[in-house]
Design a protein around this ligand. Structure first.
Ligand SMILES: [Zn+2]
Length: 717
């Protein structure tokens, strides 16, 4: 647990008392009177150890010895149930579930703080306080500054030192009785550690959960399939407001005092002195509370804590500044339930400061390598953030972000959290700068960054596990291998089951009995569906070169470029040889490719990167062994073709050709295929259910061809 070095020394009533002589006798040998005396001693002794352990973090006895005390207490209570004390340690483990929460009226309403969202608003508040108190700027004014704990306000009533009732804030006037729940919070004493307790004191403060405990709790809930809490505050609220306080007892709730309600005798003097008294009673007081004597100190205190948020294991969303002098507080009073003598100086809700512990690289579905900051957990925008994007390597270099730096993290709305900047003053001597990886951290392929791009990419797209699903989905898509019956979901399913790791595996399914059996075992796969898939795969063992190139999903290679390449090289063998040379860095090969019309240097570079990776080369060859790749003829632009130089537009569905095939045929005959009809359109080919292009063609008087007329003109099928 966290130590609180600034905690005061234990008060005198924490002194150890000798155990009664009966302590060493069996429970059955004790008289009622002896049992009562021993229960009184046990309540005090166990409370003392709770305080030493939970508040001071200085245990005096082992867990086993502590458990022995608790067991002895339970055994005595089992024999003499009517002797159970109101401060019995047994109450710490929770009571049987309640039907509902009983309403509790606060004798003194619980107040609401006004907020200062900026330094300017804080200064306005201080000016107003001075004006109302008729103090000029030269007169001293003392404030207490304390962290604003992001938890649940709670009021705990002690009568003659004994905890009698605890209530939530509710609407400020009426709350809910959570006495049984609050008793389970070990650092809240059931009896104040003082020999002279006040007749009545209502302690007010914040119930909260440490961030580390929240993360552990969520981890356990994830493992058991329970819904997760959004943040430590929600976890604390959900844990405190439990009808079954035995559940509360299992949740590591904590408490800090920040005030009082009803008090007899009244609290007078200084707020900071009150906190010292509360501390001496065994109540947890935040060690970061400070005495502040000027606006400058208030601002510095706010800024310091804002920058140290992540160092604290609990969430704070600002600081609370209060006038320290209780007499002055009373002079200023309240407007509605808002005290004029206190203000919550909030932090920027979307930003937080934390330490960047490491930079890891994430590989996206498209192969983009994104550096991600691993952070000390910090709550920002209501969510615990442990990772934030660093966008790309230039972003890191331009901001000189190093491992070990304190950084500003922003989370606005639902946008992915990002690292905004480095806090230079907080850079430790051993901060390390970061180098982008040369290889993909997922598959080990070369990771390259084209000169004009910000993003580094993995070149192992076809087998890199981070990208494989996306690539296989592309591979089987309609304009590539066109294997119907394989949706994105099914590709993912087959991939995750280990049946397909890359596109070559698809072609192994028809002859691999083990793969087929594995598919049969998958949910939503029957014999018929499998047979259809096998048939669809077999039907694609013949494929034109352009579609083959397109299917590889090489960056920048769309259908048009794939067609240009296929036409230029004609056959797979010629293309493959050129790619081998390109991948090996052959300048002549690169020149040849760059010079192909519509290709250019960007595509040449992309192809070079792809074929520089040996696993891509062997994958292409393995694919070529599975399918027959048909040559593609170069277009015959010259000659007698009636389509040469003409602009053609297709609309509607053709009965005998896909739109892509029709386009390819038209282009091979020297025509230009356009997407929309204009006055320069020569022909509009109209299939079934034509769209608006048909009407436009009629309007403009463009020549309209039926599907049959089109085949006559094109000379096929
Ligand atoms: Zn990779």
């Amino acid at each position: 647990m966290n130590r609180r070095p600034e905690e005061a020394v234990p008060p005198r009533s924490l002194a150890r008392l000798r155990p009664p002589p009966t302590f060493f006798q069996p429970v059955s040998a004790l008289s009622e009177k002896e049992a009562g005396a021993e229960l009184a001693w046990l309540a005090r002794e166990i409370a003392r150890h709770d305080y030493l352990y939970y508040v001071l973090a200085r245990p005096e006895i082992s867990d086993a010895d502590y458990d022995a005390l608790v067991r002895r207490n339970r055994a005595l209570e089992a024999r003499f149930p009517h002797l159970q004390r109101p401060d019995s340690p047994s109450l710490r483990v929770g009571a049987p579930p309640a039907e509902e929460f009983v309403k509790v009226r606060h004798t003194v309403p619980m107040f609401t703080l006004d907020n200062a969202m900026s330094e300017g608003e804080l200064r306005d508040w201080v000016d107003r306080v001075r004006r109302l108190l008729r103090l000029d700027a030269s007169e001293p004014l003392v404030f207490a500054g304390e962290p604003k704990i992001d938890g649940l306000s709670c009021s705990i009533r002690y009568e003659n030192g004994l905890l009698v009732r605890a209530a939530t804030r509710g609407d400020g006037f009426t709350g809910e009785d959570v006495t049984a729940n609050v008793r389970t919070i070990r650092e809240i004493p059931q009896r104040l550690l003082t020999d002279r307790p006040p007749p009545v004191i209502e302690i007010r403060g914040e119930v909260y959960m440490n961030r580390s405990a929240f993360l552990e709790l969520n981890e356990r809930r994830r493992a058991s399939g329970e819904p997760l809490f959004a943040n430590p505050r929600n976890a604390a609220a959900g844990s405190l407001r439990q009808l079954d306080s035995r559940i509360t007892a299992q949740r590591p709730l904590r408490f800090f005092v920040w005030g009082w309600g009803e008090a007899d005798p009244p609290i007078t003097g200084s707020y900071l002195a009150f906190l010292e008294t509360a501390r001496s009673w065994g109540l947890p007081v935040n060690p970061l509370v400070r005495r502040l004597a000027s606006v400058e100190e208030l601002v510095a205190y706010h800024d310091d804590l804002e920058h140290r948020r992540a160092e604290l294991d609990y969430d704070i969303d600002g600081v609370v500044d209060k006038l320290d002098d209780i007499a002055l507080q009373e002079r200023l009073g309240f407007v509605q339930r808002v005290p004029r003598w206190a203000i919550a100086h909030k932090f920027d809700p979307e930003k937080a400061w934390t330490v960047l512990r490491d930079i890891v690289v994430q590989v996206g579905r498209t192969g983009a390598l994104t550096p991600v900051a691993m952070l000390d957990p910090v709550t920002v925008g209501g969510v615990v953030v442990r990772r934030a994007t660093l966008h790309n390597e230039d972003y890191i270099r331009e901001r000189d972000i190093r491992i070990g730096d304190t950084v500003v993290v922003q989370r606005a709305g639902d946008v992915i959290p990002q690292v905004l900047a480095v806090v230079q003053e907080k850079r430790p001597a051993d901060a390390r700068s970061w180098q982008p990886p040369e290889r993909c951290p997922v598959c080990g392929s070369l990771a390259v960054r084209p000169p004009d791009e910000a993003i580094r990419r993995c070149t192992g797209g076809l087998f890199c596990p981070a990208q494989a699903v996306e690539r296989i989905v592309h591979f089987v898509s309609r304009h590539a291998f066109d294997i119907p019956g394989l949706s994105d979901k099914q590709v993912r399913q087959l991939f995750e089951a280990g049946i397909i790791r890359d596109p070559v595996d698809l072609f192994r399914i028809p002859r691999d009995a083990a793969k087929r059996e594995a598919i049969r075992q998958l949910p939503r796969w029957g014999e018929k569906k499998l047979a259809n898939l096998v048939a669809a795969i077999e039907a694609r063992r013949h494929l034109p070169l352009d579609r083959f190139i397109y299917a590889l999903g090489i960056r920048h290679i769309g259908e048009v470029n794939a067609r240009s390449l296929a036409r230029h090289f004609g056959s797979f063998a010629r293309w493959r040889t050129a790619m081998e040379r390109l991948g090996a860095g052959d300048a002549k090969a690169r020149e040849e490719i760059q010079d192909i019309e519509g290709v250019g240097p960007v595509i040449a570079e992309s192809l070079a990167e792809f074929f520089a990776e040996p696993r891509n080369r062997s994958l292409v060859d393995a694919l070529a062994a599975e399918v027959e790749i048909e040559p593609v003829a170069a277009p015959q632009v010259a000659g007698p073709s009636p389509l040469a130089g003409k602009t053609v537009v297709f609309t509607g569905e053709l009965a005998h050709m896909s739109r892509e095939e029709a386009k390819a045929v038209a282009e091979s005959l020297g025509a230009k295929v356009a997407d929309s009809v204009s006055r320069r359109t020569d022909f509009v080919v109209v299939g079934e259910r034509p769209g608006s292009k048909y009407r436009k063609a009629v309007e403009l008087g463009v020549r309209i061809l039926s599907e049959d007329e089109w085949y006559q003109l094109a000379g096929r099928p």
